[in-house]
Ligand binder design. Structure first.
Ligand SMILES: [Zn+2]
Length: 173
């Protein structure tokens, strides 16, 4: 299913580990961007659903596209007013790039386990040896657990007064 929310569990976890270094927003943006592919093929009734953007080569392209979107939005924000949702304007390129890279590559890794039509190593190989390596239930459970653990870490940080949102801010504006 496109836009699976399970990818956001690891996003919360990695952002909780290093809130200043890894952007949650760019992590999620890269994931959504990659899943535009199966959504397009699904609504146009074309199979397989997972193609170029569900390979590590495609993930590199999605990573660059995500960085370009954030860079473009920053430029646009310098000439016209844009809402500063989640403090994105304060993000520097480093956490954006790190978040986008982790988001892109973890997406391919997780989808390789989940979907039989993902060929992560294309064009080198069409083999997907990760498919079904653990059950969907275990995969989804670990993604949800990662998200909960991340939320606990974020919550504890906020209670202790060390809360840091995107780019070192303290939450949405
Ligand atoms: Zn996907």
């Amino acid at each position: 299913m496109p836009f699976t929310p399970f990818h956001f569990g690891p996003a919360v976890a990695v952002h909780a580990i290093a809130p200043r270094q890894i952007s949650f927003l760019s992590f999620c943006a890269a994931n959504v961007l990659i899943d535009v592919e199966p959504l397009y093929y699904m609504v146009t009734d074309q199979y397989p659903l997972h193609r170029f953007f569900h390979t590590y080569v495609g993930a590199c392209v999605a990573l660059v596209m995500t960085i370009a979107i954030f860079a473009g939005a920053r430029r646009l924000a310098s000439v016209m007013p844009l809402p500063n949702l989640f403090g994105w304007k304060r993000l520097t390129m480093r956490p954006i790039a790190l978040g986008a890279a982790l988001g892109s590559f973890s997406h391919i890794l997780l989808d390789s386990v989940m979907h039989g039509d993902v060929h992560p190593l294309w064009p080198v190989s069409n083999v997907n040896s990760l498919h079904g390596v653990i059950s969907l239930r275990a995969l989804h459970g670990s993604c949800i657990a990662a998200g909960f653990l991340g939320l606990i870490v974020v919550g504890v940080r906020r209670v202790l007064g060390k809360g840091e949102g995107e780019g070192g801010t303290r939450g949405p504006e």
